[in-house]
Write a protein that binds this ligand. Structure first.
Ligand code: FES
Length: 316
């Protein structure tokens, strides 16, 4: 855990705040790669993940951008209530959305606040002299964050704005932009669920290889739990069998039994709780693993995923 202080708060767009964090003791922060996020431990015990959006060569600060989300479970409201000088704990950066540095060409697609990791990736690719294009979609320019930085940066000629109200940029035509999948071209997408589904669905329909598609979700869409049933999990170390009722997650049952599985997002997004499965077939509900990783059925996210078989044997 790292102790940090809020060095600056800035309104980056309508309902989007930019926060700059520096180390409390003035020492340099750990290095990070483009696409990384940190866990922010907020007042009230909330822990939330936010992508770093500053230049990955910087050591003196971390920058995050946070949308005031009316559907928030408390995290975004807590960040928007922060003021300069506030002290917080953060995790070291982790990267679950890394760039493929061998790519011949990179297409970066950001929707709304999804610009945060994408901006950092663009800075990195520009530094490397790599071939890339950035497409940034927002409802309007007022709701688009970091516009000045994108317009005035060294890679401004590779940035394309798409605004729903058509003032300053035409809406995104994903079909045209993704019409030529190529072996060395990688696509990175971050934004709201509907935007991600649209871009990734279009890419898949145009024949893109799943291995060239990279994504980061912010929150999971609510899923119906009406058909959830009960099942068993067995701990391989002790042989102990625990019953998972329809209205509880595996993580809740494990916690009640005194088995500690690290948790963070509790929505199947961050991968913190990933647990090895030795026997049985998980019912994957996460957005973290690729389709191929899910199909291997050798790990699952107990915070949200369930079981298709009557029992899962876990490497716990
Ligand atoms: Fe984030 Fe389970 S806690 S995926």
């Amino acid at each position: 855990m790292i102790s940090v202080r809020v060095a600056a708060c800035r309104q980056e767009a309508l309902d989007i705040i930019g926060i700059e964090l520096v180390r409390d003791d003035g020492a340099p922060l750990p290095a990070f790669s483009a696409g990384s996020h940190i866990d922010l431990h907020l007042p009230g015990g909330l822990v939330r993940q936010y992508s770093l959006c500053n230049h990955p060569d910087e050591f003196h600060r971390y920058q995050i951008g946070v949308l005031k989300d009316p559907a928030s479970r408390g995290g975004s409201a807590a960040v928007h209530a922060l003021t300069e000088g506030a002290r917080l704990q953060i995790s070291e950066p982790r990267n679950l959305f890394p760039l493929v540095h061998e790519a011949r060409r990179s297409l970066l697609f950001a929707g709304g606040i999804g610009i945060t990791p994408i901006l950092c990736m663009a800075e990195r690719l520009a530094n490397l002299g790599a071939d890339f294009e950035l497409h940034y979609c927002a409802r309007s320019v007022e709701r688009a964050a970091f516009v000045d930085r994108l317009r005035q940066g060294s890679f401004s000629d590779r940035v394309h704005f798409h605004f729903d109200d058509r003032k300053g940029g035409e809406p995104l035509d994903a079909s045209a932009l993704l019409s030529e999948p190529a072996e060395g071209t990688h696509l990175y997408v971050c934004g709201p669920g509907g935007f991600m589904d649209h871009v990734l669905g279009t890419a898949k329909a145009q024949g893109w290889d799943e291995a060239n598609l990279h994504r980061e979700y912010f929150s999971a869409a609510p899923t119906s739990q009406a058909d959830d049933g009960s099942f068993e999990v067995q701990l391989s170390s002790s042989g102990r069998v625990l019953q998972v009722p329809a209205d509880q997650s595996v993580a809740q049952v494990l916690e009640a039994a005194g088995v500690i599985v690290p948790l963070s997002c509790e929505q199947g997004i961050c991968g913190t709780c990933l647990t090895r499965v030795l026997e049985g077939e998980p019912d994957h509900r996460d957005l973290f693993m690729t389709e191929a990783e899910q199909a291997a059925n050798d790990q699952f996210t107990p915070c949200c995923s369930r079981s298709k078989s009557t029992r899962l044997v876990l490497d716990l």
